[in-house]
Every structure is written in C-alpha cells, then in structure tokens.
Design a protein around this ligand. Structure first.
Ligand code: GDP
Ligand code: IMO
Ligand code: MG
Length: 432
C-alpha cells in the first residue's frame, strides 16, 4: 500500500513532545516509499527504535530508513557527528546483515563531536546542582563549539595538520574546564581524540558528501525525501522548556537549515505524537501521572530510554503542548503512536489548558516557573478496554478510540494521518 502521508516529495517527520514519540517506527514505515532519508540535527543523544520481524534495531545517528534496502541515508550539516559511535553503529548494523555499502553519506559541513565533548558533558552534569539530565553524549559542548566558531568540521580533515590544531585547542580548552569542575580527564582522552581524527579522515574519504546538493538533486529528479527529526518540540533550544532542552533546533524549521535545502522545498510536515506523554531527563512535565499510574504506564508502554535506559516519566496527553507543536512546526498531519498502550485504561484524560496562579493559560508558556506550577485543565474521555493491536483501518478501532483520536485532532488543529498500534511494521493505520 502506498503511503499517503508521503504525497509531497519532501516530508519532515518531527517529534511533538519530549522525544521518544516513535519517530523511528514512523520513519521506517514511510521509508518503504522513500528514496532518501536524512537526519538534520542532534547526534547520538537520539535513540530511534525500529522493529523488523523479530529483530529490534536502536539507531542513534544513522537514519531509520537504513533498514529498507536501496534507500540513501544521509547525516546533514546540522548533526553533531560522534564519529567513533558512528562507525560502531555502522559496523553493528552491517554485522546484522543490512547491506549498508554505498548507502550512507555524511555532510562535510557537519561538526565533529569529539571525545572531550562527551567528557565535558558528563563532568558538567556531575558537578551541577541543577542538572539538565542530559544523555551524557556531549551534545551541549559540541554545539557550543560550533556556535563559538571554534568547532572542527568533517571537511577540516582534508587538511590533517589544521584538524589536529583545532582538536588540540579543543582538548586544551576542555582540560581547563575540567580543572574548573575539579574533574579528572580520563587517561585515554588524548588517544581517543587521535582515534576520532583517524576515523573522521576515513569517513571523509568514504562517505563525505554535500548533503544539500544531493537532496536538492533528488527532489529535482522527483525522488521522495524524508527529513528525520530527533528529540522533540519541547526539547527545541528556542521553543522548548528552556533550559531543560537539547542544544539544537529540533523543530521543522531546523530541517531545511540542517540538511542545506531551501525551506520552500519542504511540502509536508508530519508530527509524531505518542497517545500519552513521556519525558526523560529533568524539567517540568505538567500532565505527569501520580506515582502508581506512572509506574503502571511505564510498564505498559516499556517506557525506558532507548539511549540511556533511564525510566521515562509518563503523563496524560497534553494538547497545550501539541498545539504549540502544530504551530511552530506548521504540521500538515499527525502520526499518533502507541495507541495500544492505552487499551486497558477505563478512562483517559487530555489537558486542554493550564491554570497558573488562578489564571487560565491556553498557550504553552515561555516561563519555566509557570510550567513548573501549571495545573492542567483536563477533559475526561471513556476508554475502550479492548485490544487495538490488530486494527489496520480506522473502522477497525473501537468507537471510543476513534473519539479519542478525533479529539486529539480537533485540539491540535492538524489531521491524524497515521495511527500506530504496536511496534511491528504492519501495526499501522494509514488514513486518506
Ligand atoms: P523515537 O526516539 O521517537 O524514535 O522513539 P523511541 O524508539 O525512543 O521510543 C519509542 C518506543 O515505542 C520504541 O520502543 C518503539 O519500539 C515503541 N513503539 C513505537 N510505536 C509503537 C506503538 O504503536 N505501540 C507500541 N506498543 N510501541 C511502539
Ligand atoms: P530521541 O531522538 C528523549 C533529553 C535528555 C535531556 C535533554 C538534553 O530518541 O527522541 P542532551 O543529551 O540532548 O543534551 O540532553 O534532552 N533528550 C532526549 N529525550 N529522546 C531523545 O531523543 C532525547 N535526546 C535528548 O534526556 O533531558
Ligand atoms: Mg528515542
């Protein structure tokens, strides 16, 4: 069956909550009809899970389209590339029988996330009193070097002495910051930095490419392109719950910049939302469940981080957040995932507004203090108490489940185009 959510030639798939919405599964399903799939931001902080038959793959940097033979998978300039992790992932995927040869390309403009960025991220989190709860993958420090115009890009490896100079300076700055934090630099840091440079040189020769040129040419030739977001709208550096965010623009606007195409080339923006809400890492979660319900949903949904294994906090569906996501991403459609996880609940709640200090807020606030104090205004809907896992058409779903989806659609102001009812590829409902 063709994917109607892919009618446009260039589609952005973007997370609309705090990440882990099921982007990997949705991209994998859509990739069946796509030619090129590209990541546009983030790095190995992402963990995108894809099930193929009985096999589970967790992808961190390689786009989730890799499991469809023949697709071209690209990492854009907006990614901060952990080259050692990249080769580990590439080799692991290949060792599991996926033909990756000639299928992966990396932007020569991508910044390299070096071993000292990881060490700094972890040391900073270790020392902080008010922790962000990062994934410890070095994301913040790598983007800081990029914005500070002292970063090292893949293209720099064409001039090894220059790349070494940049890495030495990075290492020296990192050591000074570690001293300030009273943290020790691991003894292997220098050797790891050298290994990363060697790997990057190899990568440049084998897979370095102009991602923007490739994607523009593919679109001009009528090919279908998917731009795969990592993290989610509430983790966006500008639009999320700052400072409890990641260090990149996760939202759809970041896609054009992060792969190097014009924004007018994007035709569809598909927002991925979980049928409830989760968050891993620190920061406010207004619709958080009480402890018992939190525990229950974590078990039902298997809500443990795909990158760090940390338990995810769970809560009711937050339409205030998803309305923000619809606006800032310009969503043309929604993909609702994990509907099956709600199958046993007698009733469901949706937050339609917040109350802060006796005042009603309809829009997701910028002020972190407001978010921390926000009391959600809930609407209650009946549950369906039947399995949805076997549903393949909207008509197969219980009436209450359809009403729940209709309400989400109405509150978000974007049409539901796909519904996922399980981890498997075929557990998906496409809607015209
Ligand atoms: P991503 O980071 O947005 O790609 O999401 P993750 O892979 O981190 O987390 C989503 C989790 O939910 C993964 O374990 C998926 O296998 C799983 N998942 C995705 N869609 C569904 C679904 O419709 N039902 C269920 N039960 N699990 C799903
Ligand atoms: P995917 O792509 C969920 C969270 C971290 C932390 C904050 C900053 O799988 O949806 P960072 O390491 O980026 O500096 O951490 O962002 N975070 C994610 N949460 N899913 C992700 O990725 C995440 N990537 C980062 O937990 O709160
Ligand atoms: Mg994830």
């Amino acid at each position: 069956m063709s994917n109607r959510s892919l009618e446009g030639r260039c589609t952005v798939v973007v997370g609309c909550q705090w990440g882990d919405e099921g982007k990997g599964k949705i991209v994998d399903v859509l990739a069946e009809d796509a030619d090129v799939i590209a990541r546009y931001q983030g790095g190995a902080n992402a963990g995108h899970t894809v099930h193929v038959g009985d096999d589970e793959f967790v992808l961190h940097q390689i786009p989730s389209g890799i499991l469809h033979p023949g697709t071209r998978c690209l990492l854009g300039n907006g990614v901060v590339l952990d080259v050692l992790q990249f080769f580990e992932e590439y080799d692991a995927v290949r060792a599991r029988g996926v033909d990756v040869e000639g299928r992966v390309g990396v932007s020569t403009r991508a910044h390299l996330l070096m071993p000292y960025h990881r060490v700094l991220d972890q040391a900073r989190e270790g020392a902080a009193t008010d922790k962000i709860g990062t994934t410890g993958r070095g994301i913040g420090p790598a983007y800081e070097d990029k914005a500070g115009r002292r970063g090292l890009r893949l293209a720099d490896l064409s001039d090894r002495p220059r790349a070494e100079r940049l890495a030495e300076e990075g290492l020296r700055r990192a050591r000074a910051r570690l001293d300030d934090l009273r943290a020790d630099a691991p003894s292997a840091l220098e050797a790891d930095t050298r290994r990363a440079l060697d790997a990057a040189e190899r990568l440049l020769g084998a897979m370095g490419t102009e991602v923007g040129l490739e994607i523009t040419a593919a679109l001009d030739a009528g090919r279908r392109v998917l731009l795969e977001g990592a993290q989610g709208t509430a983790l966006d550096l500008d639009h999320g719950t700052y400072p409890y965010v990641t260090s990149s623009n996760t939202t759809a606007g970041g896609a054009a910049i992060g792969v190097g195409i014009g924004p007018t080339r994007v035709e569809r923006v598909l927002g991925v939302v979980k049928a409830y809400t989760t968050r891993v890492g620190n920061g406010p979660l207004p619709t958080a469940f009480d402890e018992a319900m939190d525990e229950r949903m974590r078990e039902l949904g298997g809500e443990f981080g795909a990158t760090t294994g940390r338990p995810r906090r769970c809560g009711w569906f937050d339409a205030v957040l998803v309305r923000l996501a619809a606006r800032v991403n310009g969503l043309t459609g929604l993909a609702v995932t994990k509907l099956d996880v709600l199958d046993t609940l007698p009733e469901l709640r949706i937050a339609t507004a917040y109350e802060v200090g006796g005042e009603r807020l309809e829009e997701f606030p910028a002020d972190i203090g407001h978010l921390e104090r926000a009391a959600p205004v809930y609407e209650t809907l009946p549950g369906w108490r039947r399995s949805t896992a076997g549903s393949r058409r909207l008509e197969d779903l219980p009436r209450e489940a359809r009403a729940y989806l209709d309400r989400i659609e109405g509150l978000a102001g974007a049409p539901v185009r796909m519904v996922s009812v399980g981890t498997r590829r075929d557990q998906i409902i496409h809607r015209d």
